[in-house]
Design a binder for this molecule. Structure first.
Ligand code: NAD
Length: 273
């Protein structure tokens, strides 16, 4: 169901790789709500992914950009403003990658070049994106910037590896840059902390299926899907949430406030452990 919440709004959506991507679902929902946008992803993802199909469905242009490269981001932002016909109202940062996770390097055995690369892609890219938007004065007043995070920023999930640290850094950037964006440009900046979701990035985490099943059993409302995340993001891009900023917002079926659930207790009481 569409509510026309984003009629007349323009933006950039990072990170749609394939139809499972949270950014893909978000792009579809933004389109349904009347928003127009430019799609972007790393040049290598253009070759592996299916972004062309999404561009077709949503009538969007694609501008490749490696989100760790300032020149790419400068080009992306200025082009997006020119293609869409004015400054932007929303930006979704939906980017994550850890080389240590990908190559199975344990948290206690990190290769620091890989750690640095994963941090640059997953966390610092958010600062770089906002700095470029800020310097180019590319956001409209009452615009909204959202990045996606995960609970491992607050709690220990051993196999999430260095991505836990990257997410903690990402959430901190949202607060720190969000202050300046709010004060100077009336733009809000938030992170959404999403349930485990079966995407390419998600499934790269060791033991992901167990991770997902456990979270689902712990959450009174069950895991939030990619579509749930897209819908929450739409609300944050809309004018209905104008003074929500500097927040890390949980979209996780209640998981983050749980101690234990009946379903998980049953597992131990019945001696299945
Ligand atoms: N899937 C989950 O369980 C889950 C849970 C919480 C948060 N998140 C977060 O959601 C976001 C989106 O991930 P997803 O789960 O949809 O997976 P995904 O694999 O579909 O998306 C990750 C995207 O990051 C892009 N990317 C990687 N390096 C890049 C670079 N240098 N420049 C630009 N883009 C780059 C990839 O091409 C890909 O499109 C990530 O921040 C992820 O950490 C995911």
């Amino acid at each position: 169901m569409a509510y026309n919440l984003l009629e007349g709004k323009r933006g950039i959506i990072f990170g749609a790789l394939d139809p499972n991507s949270i950014a893909w679902k978000t792009a579809e929902r933004v389109h349904e709500e009347g928003g127009r946008f430019v799609l972007t992803n790393a040049p290598i993802a253009m070759r592996m992914g299916q972004i062309d199909a999404l561009a077709k469905i949503t009538g969007s242009e694609i501008i490749p950009a490696d989100a760790t490269k300032i020149e790419d981001l400068e080009h992306l932002v200025s082009q997006a403003v020119s293609i869409l016909g004015g400054p932007l109202d929303f930006v979704l940062h939906s980017i994550g990658m850890s080389v240590n996770v990908r190559k199975g390097k344990h948290y206690t055995e990190q290769n620091y070049d890989w750690t640095h690369k994963g941090w640059d892609v997953s966390a610092l890219s958010f600062h770089k994106t906002m700095q470029v938007l800020y310097k180019q004065d590319a956001m409209n007043e009452w615009g909204s910037i959202v990045a996606l995070s995960y609970m491992a920023a607050q709690r220990v999930f051993p196999d999430y590896n260095d991505m836990a640290d990257n997410k903690a850094y990402l959430e901190s950037i949202a607060r720190s840059f969000g202050y300046f964006f709010g004060r100077d440009k009336k733009v809000r900046v938030n992170t959404i902390s999403q349930s485990p979701t079966p995407t390419t990035a998600g499934q790269g985490v060791k033991g992901f299926d167990g991770f997902m099943a456990y979270a689902d059993k712990m959450s009174p409302l069950g895991n939030a899907t990619a579509l749930d995340c897209a819908n929450y993001t739409i609300s944050l891009f809309s004018d209905l949430t104008k003074r929500v900023t500097l927040q890390n917002l949980y979209n996780d079926g209640g998981f983050s406030n749980m101690g234990v659930s009946d379903a998980v207790m049953d597992y131990f009481v019945n001696d299945k452990a």
